[in-house]
Ligand binder design. Structure first.
Ligand SMILES: Cc1ncc(COP(=O)(O)O)c(C=O)c1O
Length: 380
């Protein structure tokens, strides 16, 4: 039998436990198990935003664009090591939705003659909708599933399933998809800041992801785009904005894509949000993805053991190598229960049709949170 004391002992031995002090936690009794949707606010975010407001904006005024202009590339370079990308391969900008749109278009342009896009019908809605919209506009076929790839230009695929937490073998699947002549856009939204990932080592060439979940970038913090070096000079994206053009301030008559990753940019970057995102990225970098991944595995393993103890069914893989940093619990009353627990300061989230997700954010989640939260689910 796992007891609450066992959870406390695991917290006491946790080498990342002290990172919780770096976050603003107004009420220590809140049981927060939804960092996989919205990470907690780092204390330094407020200082950083205040500094940008007071120093850069209020005092520097327009002059501050001298160092704001390349923030998408700069923050991208800081984020790159967290996903196994190199310098100059990542930009932080816009939203995951928009960036999927860009990369699918870009990939299609690199695979002329192929007329299908493959995606799982169970993948996150925005990815599916974007794929459907592009297919409708271009007269392409949407293929659900990844077995038949001979006419597929591009596969769009989440690294971690947003419902079950199942983790794809990125290296093996990238190789299989490339061997079939297609490209793959990986969606790292549930993976970045959660698990160790080595895009370069996996041969992955295209990826996107959001920064407001495990990276603690804040609500609406910008997403990222990764394009491997070897594709950067040939990929074309469909939104020809002035931040993606050569000699931006020459205000030239025609669009000339920049030669590097900056060709994926569009319009004016959201500086405040980028600054908040950068703080979150730096915290994960400081903790290190190896330690973060190890704690994530320990937390999800503990949650699965608790599910077993309480008789709560979970579709989340038991093999730690095959799962991300949340655990799904199937419950006949999932929606009403999540709602009721919110009023008791126990914050899980609900996903259709019957899933309660317990998000395990290694920088902020305590083993005791999982014990208390899942006890509340089991006894409700
Ligand atoms: C896999 C995945 N893709 C995309 C998104 C969201 O896209 P956006 O940041 O554009 O809202 C989410 C949000 O939870 C997600 O889980």
């Amino acid at each position: 039998m796992i007891s609450r004391d066992d959870a406390l002992a695991l917290d006491a031995a946790d080498p990342l436990a002290h990172f919780r002090d770096r976050f603003h936690i107004p009420n220590p009794d809140v049981i927060y198990l939804d960092g996989n949707s919205l990470g907690m606010p780092p204390k330094r975010t407020i200082e950083r935003i205040t500094k940008i407001y007071n120093n850069d904006w209020a005092n520097g005024l327009i002059r501050s664009w001298d160092h704001w202009l390349d923030m998408p590339q700069h923050v991208g370079d800081e984020l790159a090591p967290l996903i196994g990308a190199g310098p100059g391969e990542v930009v932080v900008h816009d939203t995951t939705t928009l960036n999927v749109y860009q990369l699918v278009h870009g990939a299609i342009g690199l695979r002329p003659g192929r007329t299908a896009i493959a995606i799982s019908e169970h993948d996150f809605p925005t990815d599916r909708y974007v794929v459907d919209g592009i297919a409708e506009a271009l007269g392409y076929t949407v293929r659900h599933g990844f077995d038949q790839l001979d006419d597929v230009a591009v596969v769009v695929r989440s690294v971690i399933d947003y419902r079950t937490s199942e983790l794809v073998d990125v290296k093996a699947e990238t190789a299989r998809i490339h061997d079939a002549g297609a490209l793959v856009v990986w969606d790292l939204s549930h993976a970045v800041g959660a698990i160790e990932i080595d895009l370069n080592g996996c041969g992955a060439q295209l990826a996107v992801g959001c920064t407001y979940k495990f990276l603690n970038g804040g609500p609406g913090s910008p997403a990222f785009t990764y394009v491997a070096k070897e594709l950067q000079s040939t990929i074309r994206q469909p939104i020809w904005g002035w931040f993606a053009t050569e000699n931006q301030f020459a205000m030239g008559p025609t669009f000339q894509p920049r030669p590097d990753i900056a060709r994926m940019l569009m319009g004016t970057p959201t500086i405040m949000a980028l600054a908040a995102c950068e703080v979150g990225v730096q915290l994960s970098a400081e903790a290190g993805m190896k330690a973060i991944h190890a704690k994530g595995s320990a937390l999800t393993g503990f949650a699965i053991d608790l599910c077993d103890q309480f008789g709560l069914p979970t579709p989340t893989p038991r093999d730690p190598a095959r799962r991300g940093n949340h655990v799904a619990v199937e419950h006949p009353n999932a929606k009403a229960l999540v709602h009721a627990l919110h009023s008791r300061d126990i914050l899980f989230d609900f996903r259709e049709p019957n899933i309660i997700r317990a998000g395990c954010s290694p920088l902020t989640t305590r083993f005791a949170d999982l014990f208390d939260g899942l006890t509340a689910v089991a006894h409700s």
